[in-house]
Design a protein around this ligand. Structure first.
Ligand code: XMP
Length: 516
């Protein structure tokens, strides 16, 4: 792989994703991982990430110079660029030329910036700057605050930039990173959906063996569907999929799993109907955390019940289910400090809290993939677009999109409104632009309206369309007025309990994407 060396900024994961967008496999590794750790990965190239510190700062993340002696191509970004310059004999200084935000880079030739204009906008975030490039390096760009804003040495296959090519504010950044990978490092783009799917199927087969049995929870979401499809492709009927319907899904989603997913994969599916139980438990509760806890707890109970049933079936045939399939993705692994020693930001639980006596070995075929790769693999496996392109949907489902107590009638109302919003957004061709659009029912709020000649006293529906790259931050999507109008008109006409449609125009932060 290409190893993205994490110097402690939040950029490493994003850089890894950009490398993969150039169709080259990449992983994140901590800057202080032992050199044997680097060697063991057999890296094709290194990308040194930005970092929060000055190369001089006390306790700054330091670059282990040994990694520059591995004889492989190296690309430094921001802090990584400075650390590399210093380690190779250049000079870095704080001359007060700090730059934050959009800056104009003046190109002066070279391989990295070939094909770009004389100047290009780039995103900067630095205090220190490289003053003198190391011997053998050609300076290929400068900005007002950074006399050496890019350099390269094609003989040693090393290069770097002071700016952040990985962020969208550097519009040519992806091109520059790709040029490093292809033209300077000489790597070939082999990380394609077909190759990924094939190698994942092979590794699941290897892990589960010739006669292992597995069980897989299906949520209706993209990740679990793709994980299940991969495992099904690898071991056929030896995996049983368990779908717990808690009555909190949106219109049509149960059918998508039961019909479309099964038709596309031929998977063995057990459906558990848990709606009555979950709704009974939710009765009387309006507090978001309480609702989340109840739904989570009930999910585990139902899943456990189904597992013992499947275990029971197999027990009579003398076979034991040893494997539990989960749709864990790479960002979860990185953020949980997964393996490579990156910072533990938060611990993720997918089928979290399953009791220990269920002693399963986890099969996590997606643990090295980003979301867009999961979608590409899903398509490769023949899953329908309705599943592959599904927007993220929270585990607790519609229960956290009803502000107030959850009842069957309110769920039904919200489902109708949500289906209209989804239909209109899709018809307007906005799905690519919208990360997700929660539709929220303010069940405890009523307002006065007028319909026909009579007064109404109905509930508001909130539209929350957001654009995002990873759900960590988000901006509200500027949906065209005509589309908003169509949604509003249809919801107030077709859902009689609703007499007002409002738009949430809050970014994240400060608002979260979901309302609860
Ligand atoms: P927030 O509301 O925190 O949501 O901005 C960020 C993303 O996470 C989804 N979300 C969840 N996903 N279980 C999940 O699997 C949950 O409990 C949960 N809560 C929020 C949300 O839809 C958004 O994509």
């Amino acid at each position: 792989p290409v190893l993205v060396v994490d110097f402690g900024a939040q950029y490493a994961q994003l850089i890894a994703r950009r490398v993969r967008e150039a169709r080259i496999y990449s992983e994140v590794i901590a800057h202080d991982a032992p050199i044997e750790g680097f060697r063991a990965k057999n890296p094709a190239a290194l990308v040194l990430s930005g970092g929060p510190a000055s190369v001089y700062a006390e306790g700054a993340a330091t670059l282990n110079p040994a990694i520059l002696e591995l004889g492989i191509p190296v690309f430094g970004i921001c802090y990584g660029f400075q650390a590399m310059a210093q380690a190779l004999g250049g000079t870095v200084a704080n001359t007060g030329g700090r730059e934050f935000g959009r800056t104009t880079l003046t190109n002066s030739g070279g391989v990295l910036h070939d094909g770009l204009g004389q100047t290009q906008p780039v995103w900067m975030s630095h205090n220190d700057a490289v003053q003198v490039a190391p011997d053998g390096f050609t300076v290929t760009g400068s900005t007002p605050g950074a006399p050496v804003a890019a350099f390269e040495n094609t003989a040693t296959k090393m290069a770097g930039v002071q700016y952040h090519p990985e962020v969208l504010h550097s519009p040519h950044g992806q091109q520059v990173l790709t040029r490093f990978l292809y033209e300077i490092a000489g790597l070939a783009p082999t990380w394609t959906a077909a190759n990924i799917a094939e190698s994942l199927v092979a590794s699941v087969r290897e892990q589960v063996g010739e006669d292992g049995l597995a069980i897989c929870g299906l949520s209706g979401g993209v990740d679990s569907a793709v994980a299940a499809a991969l495992v099904q492709r690898a071991i056929g009927d030896r995996v049983t999929c368990v779908f717990v319907d808690q009555g909190l899904l949106r219109a049509g989603e149960r059918e998508q799993v039961q019909t479309d997913f099964v038709a596309a994969t031929g998977a063995r599916l057990v459906t558990v109907d848990a709606a009555d139980k979950v709704l009974a438990e939710l009765a009387g509760h309006a507090d978001p955390e309480t609702k989340r806890k109840i739904v989570g707890r009930e999910f585990i109970r139902s899943f456990e019940g189904a597992v013992s049933e499947v275990l029971g079936d197999n027990a009579s045939s003398g076979r034991k289910v040893q494997y539990l399939v989960q749709g864990t993705l790479y960002p979860d692994v990185v953020e949980s400090g997964g393996g490579s020693g990156t910072a533990n930001i938060k611990s993720h639980h997918n089928v979290g809290g399953l009791p220990d006596d269920l002693e399963f070995t986890l099969v996590e075929p997606l643990r090295l993939l980003f979301k867009d790769e999961v979608r590409a693999v899903g398509r490769e496996l023949g899953l329908p677009e309705e599943i592959v392109n599904r927007q993220p949907f929270p585990g607790p489902g519609l229960s956290i999109r009803i502000v107030g107590e959850v009842t069957r009638a309110r769920l039904d109302l919200l489902r109708r409104a949500d289906a209209i919003a989804r239909e209109e957004l899709t018809a307007a061709g906005l799905d690519g632009q919208i990360w997700q659009c929660p539709v929220v029912l303010l069940a405890d709020v009523r307002s006065v309206g007028v319909q026909g000649d009579s007064r109404t006293y109905g509930h508001p529906i909130v539209l929350r369309p957001v654009s995002s790259e990873d759900a960590m931050t988000a901006d509200w999507t500027r949906v065209p007025y005509e589309v908003l109008e169509a949604i509003s008109t249809r919801i107030t006409n077709e859902v009689p309990e609703v007499n007002r449609v409002v738009l949430d125009v809050t970014s994240k932060p400060p608002g979260t994407i979901e309302w609860e």
